[in-house]
Design a protein around this ligand. Sequence first.
Ligand SMILES: [Zn+2]
Length: 351
Amino acid sequence: MLRPLRRACFGLLKGCGLAGMVASSRWRQRRLIILCYHGITIEDEDQWRPQLYMPQPTLRERFQLIRDSGCVVLPLGEALTRLYSGSLPSRSIAITFDDGGYDFYLRAYPIVGQFGFPVTVYQTTYYTDVAKPILNLACSYILWRNAGSVLPPAPSLGWNRPRQLSTEQERESVVSELLAFSEKKGMSGAAKDELAPQLAELVGFDYRQFQARRILQLMRPEEIHELSTKGVDFQLHTHRHRTPDDESLFRKELRDNRRRLQEITSHPATHFCYPSGVYRREYLPWLYQEGVVSATTCEPGIASPATDTMLLPRLVDTTGKTGLEFEAWLSGTGPLLARRPASLSYRSPSR
Ligand SMILES: [Zn+2]
Protein backbone atom coordinates (compact mmCIF):
# COMPACT_ATOMS: atom_id res chain seq x y z
CA MET A 1 0.00 0.00 0.00
CA LEU A 2 1.26 3.52 -0.79
CA ARG A 3 2.79 5.23 2.22
CA PRO A 4 0.48 8.33 2.31
CA LEU A 5 -2.54 6.06 2.06
CA ARG A 6 -1.20 3.81 4.80
CA ARG A 7 -0.65 6.80 7.08
CA ALA A 8 -4.13 8.09 6.38
CA CYS A 9 -5.51 4.68 7.36
CA PHE A 10 -3.58 4.71 10.63
CA GLY A 11 -5.01 8.15 11.38
CA LEU A 12 -8.51 6.95 10.58
CA LEU A 13 -8.18 3.86 12.81
CA LYS A 14 -7.03 6.01 15.71
CA GLY A 15 -9.53 8.80 15.07
CA CYS A 16 -12.57 6.52 15.00
CA GLY A 17 -11.48 4.75 18.19
CA LEU A 18 -10.91 1.40 16.51
CA ALA A 19 -7.18 1.36 17.37
CA GLY A 20 -8.04 1.85 21.06
CA MET A 21 -10.63 -0.96 20.91
CA VAL A 22 -8.10 -3.32 19.34
CA ALA A 23 -5.46 -2.32 21.92
CA SER A 24 -7.84 -3.21 24.77
CA SER A 25 -9.19 -6.34 23.15
CA ARG A 26 -8.80 -9.95 24.24
CA TRP A 27 -7.30 -10.55 20.79
CA ARG A 28 -4.46 -8.10 21.50
CA GLN A 29 -3.99 -9.45 25.03
CA ARG A 30 -3.13 -12.86 23.62
CA ARG A 31 -0.43 -11.35 21.42
CA LEU A 32 3.07 -10.02 21.90
CA ILE A 33 4.76 -7.25 19.94
CA ILE A 34 8.53 -7.63 19.83
CA LEU A 35 10.25 -4.39 18.86
CA CYS A 36 13.59 -4.47 17.02
CA TYR A 37 16.15 -1.66 17.07
CA HIS A 38 19.57 -1.59 15.48
CA GLY A 39 21.91 1.37 15.90
CA ILE A 40 21.40 4.66 17.70
CA THR A 41 23.42 7.41 16.01
CA ILE A 42 26.74 8.49 17.53
CA GLU A 43 27.50 11.12 14.90
CA ASP A 44 25.59 11.01 11.62
CA GLU A 45 25.01 7.32 10.92
CA ASP A 46 21.24 7.74 10.49
CA GLN A 47 21.97 10.01 7.48
CA TRP A 48 24.01 7.18 5.99
CA ARG A 49 21.75 4.21 6.83
CA PRO A 50 18.33 5.44 7.99
CA GLN A 51 17.05 1.85 8.03
CA LEU A 52 19.76 0.82 10.48
CA TYR A 53 20.29 3.92 12.63
CA MET A 54 18.01 6.17 14.64
CA PRO A 55 18.89 9.45 16.40
CA GLN A 56 18.76 9.30 20.20
CA PRO A 57 15.84 11.83 20.46
CA THR A 58 13.72 9.58 18.23
CA LEU A 59 14.36 6.61 20.49
CA ARG A 60 13.33 8.73 23.48
CA GLU A 61 10.11 9.73 21.67
CA ARG A 62 9.35 6.07 20.91
CA PHE A 63 9.85 5.06 24.52
CA GLN A 64 7.60 7.92 25.63
CA LEU A 65 4.90 6.68 23.22
CA ILE A 66 5.27 3.20 24.71
CA ARG A 67 4.77 4.61 28.19
CA ASP A 68 1.88 6.88 27.15
CA SER A 69 0.11 4.03 25.33
CA GLY A 70 -0.10 1.96 28.51
CA CYS A 71 1.93 -0.89 27.06
CA VAL A 72 3.51 -3.34 29.49
CA VAL A 73 7.17 -3.94 28.65
CA LEU A 74 8.19 -7.45 29.67
CA PRO A 75 11.63 -9.08 29.67
CA LEU A 76 11.85 -11.19 26.50
CA GLY A 77 12.07 -14.57 28.24
CA GLU A 78 9.11 -13.85 30.53
CA ALA A 79 7.11 -12.41 27.63
CA LEU A 80 7.57 -15.58 25.58
CA THR A 81 6.73 -17.88 28.48
CA ARG A 82 3.53 -15.93 29.11
CA LEU A 83 2.70 -15.74 25.38
CA TYR A 84 2.63 -19.54 25.12
CA SER A 85 0.93 -20.09 28.48
CA GLY A 86 -1.79 -17.55 27.64
CA SER A 87 -1.02 -15.32 30.64
CA LEU A 88 0.16 -12.09 29.03
CA PRO A 89 -1.02 -8.82 30.52
CA SER A 90 -2.84 -6.51 28.13
CA ARG A 91 -0.78 -4.52 25.60
CA SER A 92 2.40 -6.54 26.07
CA ILE A 93 5.60 -5.73 24.25
CA ALA A 94 9.24 -6.80 24.46
CA ILE A 95 12.13 -4.61 23.31
CA THR A 96 15.20 -5.95 21.50
CA PHE A 97 18.35 -4.36 20.09
CA ASP A 98 20.44 -6.17 17.49
CA ASP A 99 24.22 -6.46 17.29
CA GLY A 100 25.32 -4.75 20.53
CA GLY A 101 27.16 -1.77 19.08
CA TYR A 102 29.02 0.75 21.22
CA ASP A 103 26.22 3.13 20.27
CA PHE A 104 23.92 1.01 22.47
CA TYR A 105 26.19 1.65 25.44
CA LEU A 106 26.64 5.35 24.64
CA ARG A 107 23.25 6.41 23.26
CA ALA A 108 20.56 3.78 23.87
CA TYR A 109 21.29 2.58 27.39
CA PRO A 110 20.88 6.06 28.98
CA ILE A 111 17.33 6.15 27.54
CA VAL A 112 16.68 2.55 28.58
CA GLY A 113 17.82 3.40 32.11
CA GLN A 114 15.72 6.57 32.19
CA PHE A 115 12.53 4.68 31.35
CA GLY A 116 13.43 1.55 33.29
CA PHE A 117 12.30 -0.78 30.50
CA PRO A 118 13.72 -4.31 30.38
CA VAL A 119 15.58 -4.85 27.09
CA THR A 120 17.36 -7.67 25.32
CA VAL A 121 20.51 -7.14 23.26
CA TYR A 122 21.25 -9.80 20.65
CA GLN A 123 25.01 -9.58 20.89
CA THR A 124 27.38 -10.71 18.18
CA THR A 125 30.82 -11.25 19.67
CA TYR A 126 33.65 -11.38 17.11
CA TYR A 127 34.16 -7.61 16.96
CA THR A 128 33.62 -7.38 20.71
CA ASP A 129 37.11 -8.82 21.14
CA VAL A 130 38.72 -7.39 17.97
CA ALA A 131 37.79 -3.81 18.97
CA LYS A 132 37.84 -2.43 15.43
CA PRO A 133 35.08 -0.98 13.22
CA ILE A 134 32.97 -3.61 11.45
CA LEU A 135 34.80 -3.90 8.14
CA ASN A 136 32.12 -3.81 5.45
CA LEU A 137 30.11 -1.13 7.27
CA ALA A 138 33.23 0.99 7.90
CA CYS A 139 34.20 0.87 4.20
CA SER A 140 30.68 1.78 3.15
CA TYR A 141 30.53 4.67 5.66
CA ILE A 142 33.95 6.04 4.63
CA LEU A 143 32.93 6.11 0.96
CA TRP A 144 29.55 7.68 1.81
CA ARG A 145 31.34 10.47 3.70
CA ASN A 146 33.28 11.07 0.47
CA ALA A 147 30.33 10.74 -1.88
CA GLY A 148 30.90 12.59 -5.15
CA SER A 149 34.68 12.28 -5.09
CA VAL A 150 36.73 9.95 -7.27
CA LEU A 151 38.70 7.06 -5.84
CA PRO A 152 42.15 6.85 -7.49
CA PRO A 153 43.45 3.55 -8.90
CA ALA A 154 44.69 1.26 -6.11
CA PRO A 155 46.06 -2.07 -7.39
CA SER A 156 46.93 -3.05 -3.81
CA LEU A 157 43.19 -2.91 -3.02
CA GLY A 158 42.06 -4.60 -6.21
CA TRP A 159 41.24 -1.94 -8.82
CA ASN A 160 43.36 -0.35 -11.55
CA ARG A 161 41.11 2.48 -12.67
CA PRO A 162 39.58 5.57 -11.04
CA ARG A 163 36.24 4.80 -9.33
CA GLN A 164 33.33 7.19 -9.15
CA LEU A 165 31.68 7.49 -5.73
CA SER A 166 28.59 9.45 -6.74
CA THR A 167 25.87 6.88 -6.22
CA GLU A 168 25.26 4.31 -3.50
CA GLN A 169 25.46 1.62 -6.15
CA GLU A 170 28.94 2.79 -7.20
CA ARG A 171 30.13 2.93 -3.60
CA GLU A 172 28.70 -0.46 -2.66
CA SER A 173 30.28 -1.94 -5.78
CA VAL A 174 33.70 -0.77 -4.54
CA VAL A 175 33.04 -2.29 -1.10
CA SER A 176 31.92 -5.61 -2.61
CA GLU A 177 34.98 -5.79 -4.85
CA LEU A 178 37.29 -4.91 -1.97
CA LEU A 179 35.86 -7.70 0.18
CA ALA A 180 36.01 -10.16 -2.73
CA PHE A 181 39.64 -9.12 -3.33
CA SER A 182 40.52 -9.84 0.31
CA GLU A 183 38.91 -13.28 0.07
CA LYS A 184 40.70 -14.06 -3.19
CA LYS A 185 44.02 -13.08 -1.61
CA GLY A 186 43.28 -15.29 1.38
CA MET A 187 43.87 -12.43 3.81
CA SER A 188 43.74 -13.06 7.54
CA GLY A 189 41.07 -11.32 9.58
CA ALA A 190 43.64 -8.84 10.89
CA ALA A 191 44.83 -8.05 7.35
CA LYS A 192 41.24 -7.52 6.22
CA ASP A 193 40.62 -5.06 9.04
CA GLU A 194 43.57 -3.00 7.74
CA LEU A 195 41.74 -2.43 4.45
CA ALA A 196 39.43 0.19 5.97
CA PRO A 197 42.23 2.57 7.05
CA GLN A 198 43.90 2.07 3.65
CA LEU A 199 40.66 3.02 1.91
CA ALA A 200 40.30 6.02 4.24
CA GLU A 201 43.77 7.24 3.34
CA LEU A 202 42.94 7.12 -0.37
CA VAL A 203 40.04 9.56 0.10
CA GLY A 204 41.61 11.69 2.85
CA PHE A 205 39.18 10.49 5.53
CA ASP A 206 40.30 10.95 9.15
CA TYR A 207 40.29 7.29 10.15
CA ARG A 208 42.01 7.91 13.47
CA GLN A 209 39.20 10.16 14.69
CA PHE A 210 36.56 7.78 13.29
CA GLN A 211 38.13 4.90 15.21
CA ALA A 212 38.54 6.98 18.37
CA ARG A 213 34.83 7.85 18.36
CA ARG A 214 34.05 4.14 18.09
CA ILE A 215 31.53 4.60 15.30
CA LEU A 216 30.52 1.17 13.87
CA GLN A 217 32.25 -0.69 16.68
CA LEU A 218 30.72 -3.16 19.11
CA MET A 219 30.65 -3.01 22.88
CA ARG A 220 33.77 -4.36 24.54
CA PRO A 221 33.56 -7.25 27.04
CA GLU A 222 33.79 -4.92 30.06
CA GLU A 223 30.91 -2.80 28.73
CA ILE A 224 28.72 -5.85 28.13
CA HIS A 225 29.57 -7.10 31.61
CA GLU A 226 28.70 -3.75 33.15
CA LEU A 227 25.32 -3.52 31.41
CA SER A 228 24.60 -7.14 32.23
CA THR A 229 25.04 -6.36 35.93
CA LYS A 230 22.62 -3.46 35.44
CA GLY A 231 19.92 -5.78 34.09
CA VAL A 232 20.39 -5.75 30.33
CA ASP A 233 19.67 -9.21 28.93
CA PHE A 234 22.30 -10.40 26.41
CA GLN A 235 21.30 -13.13 23.95
CA LEU A 236 22.57 -14.97 20.87
CA HIS A 237 23.23 -13.42 17.43
CA THR A 238 26.11 -15.67 16.22
CA HIS A 239 29.80 -14.95 16.79
CA ARG A 240 30.53 -13.49 13.36
CA HIS A 241 27.06 -12.26 12.39
CA ARG A 242 26.45 -14.98 9.86
CA THR A 243 24.47 -18.18 9.41
CA PRO A 244 26.44 -20.70 7.31
CA ASP A 245 24.31 -23.26 5.51
CA ASP A 246 26.79 -25.92 6.57
CA GLU A 247 25.38 -27.44 9.77
CA SER A 248 28.68 -27.80 11.63
CA LEU A 249 29.70 -24.23 10.82
CA PHE A 250 26.26 -22.96 11.81
CA ARG A 251 26.50 -24.74 15.16
CA LYS A 252 30.04 -23.42 15.67
CA GLU A 253 28.78 -19.86 15.19
CA LEU A 254 26.17 -20.45 17.88
CA ARG A 255 28.54 -22.18 20.27
CA ASP A 256 31.31 -19.57 19.92
CA ASN A 257 28.76 -16.83 20.52
CA ARG A 258 27.20 -18.58 23.51
CA ARG A 259 30.54 -19.44 25.11
CA ARG A 260 31.82 -15.87 24.79
CA LEU A 261 28.60 -14.40 26.19
CA GLN A 262 28.66 -16.85 29.09
CA GLU A 263 32.26 -15.86 29.87
CA ILE A 264 31.38 -12.17 29.84
CA THR A 265 27.98 -12.13 31.56
CA SER A 266 28.02 -15.40 33.57
CA HIS A 267 24.47 -15.98 32.29
CA PRO A 268 23.40 -18.72 29.88
CA ALA A 269 22.01 -17.36 26.59
CA THR A 270 19.16 -19.36 25.05
CA HIS A 271 17.29 -16.85 22.84
CA PHE A 272 18.47 -16.25 19.30
CA CYS A 273 18.05 -13.66 16.57
CA TYR A 274 18.83 -14.46 12.92
CA PRO A 275 21.62 -12.12 11.69
CA SER A 276 20.23 -9.76 9.04
CA GLY A 277 16.88 -11.50 9.55
CA VAL A 278 18.01 -14.28 7.17
CA TYR A 279 16.68 -17.74 7.99
CA ARG A 280 16.04 -21.09 6.37
CA ARG A 281 13.83 -23.95 7.53
CA GLU A 282 16.92 -26.15 7.80
CA TYR A 283 18.20 -23.99 10.66
CA LEU A 284 15.28 -24.81 12.97
CA PRO A 285 16.28 -28.34 14.02
CA TRP A 286 19.87 -27.18 14.48
CA LEU A 287 18.66 -24.44 16.83
CA TYR A 288 16.50 -26.87 18.82
CA GLN A 289 19.38 -29.30 19.13
CA GLU A 290 21.63 -26.53 20.42
CA GLY A 291 19.14 -25.80 23.21
CA VAL A 292 17.90 -22.53 21.75
CA VAL A 293 14.37 -21.83 23.02
CA SER A 294 13.33 -18.96 20.74
CA ALA A 295 14.44 -17.20 17.56
CA THR A 296 13.32 -13.86 16.15
CA THR A 297 13.22 -12.68 12.54
CA CYS A 298 12.82 -9.25 10.96
CA GLU A 299 9.48 -10.22 9.43
CA PRO A 300 6.90 -7.64 10.44
CA GLY A 301 4.12 -9.08 12.56
CA ILE A 302 2.74 -9.78 16.02
CA ALA A 303 3.42 -13.07 17.78
CA SER A 304 0.48 -15.22 18.90
CA PRO A 305 0.41 -18.55 20.80
CA ALA A 306 0.27 -20.23 17.37
CA THR A 307 3.55 -18.65 16.20
CA ASP A 308 6.51 -21.01 15.78
CA THR A 309 8.95 -20.27 18.62
CA MET A 310 11.80 -20.26 16.10
CA LEU A 311 10.13 -17.83 13.69
CA LEU A 312 8.96 -14.99 15.90
CA PRO A 313 8.17 -11.80 13.96
CA ARG A 314 9.28 -8.37 15.10
CA LEU A 315 8.54 -4.76 14.30
CA VAL A 316 11.77 -3.24 12.95
CA ASP A 317 11.40 0.37 14.13
CA THR A 318 13.14 2.97 11.95
CA THR A 319 13.03 6.72 11.43
CA GLY A 320 10.91 5.98 8.36
CA LYS A 321 7.94 5.28 10.63
CA THR A 322 5.90 8.16 11.92
CA GLY A 323 4.80 8.31 15.54
CA LEU A 324 1.29 7.50 14.32
CA GLU A 325 2.46 4.33 12.57
CA PHE A 326 4.40 3.31 15.65
CA GLU A 327 1.33 3.83 17.85
CA ALA A 328 -0.71 1.76 15.41
CA TRP A 329 1.71 -1.10 15.85
CA LEU A 330 1.55 -0.84 19.64
CA SER A 331 -2.23 -1.01 19.48
CA GLY A 332 -2.12 -4.12 17.30
CA THR A 333 -3.52 -2.53 14.13
CA GLY A 334 -0.10 -2.02 12.49
CA PRO A 335 0.15 -5.46 10.85
CA LEU A 336 -3.03 -4.75 8.88
CA LEU A 337 -1.07 -2.26 6.82
CA ALA A 338 2.47 -3.62 7.07
CA ARG A 339 5.01 -3.89 4.33
CA ARG A 340 8.22 -5.89 4.32
CA PRO A 341 11.36 -4.28 5.81
CA ALA A 342 14.49 -3.61 3.82
CA SER A 343 17.35 -6.04 4.31
CA LEU A 344 19.81 -5.22 7.05
CA SER A 345 23.23 -6.73 7.12
CA TYR A 346 26.80 -6.61 8.09
CA ARG A 347 29.49 -9.23 7.92
CA SER A 348 32.49 -10.11 10.00
CA PRO A 349 35.56 -11.29 8.12
CA SER A 350 35.86 -15.00 7.68
CA ARG A 351 38.83 -16.45 9.52
ZN1 LIG B 1 22.48 -8.12 13.37
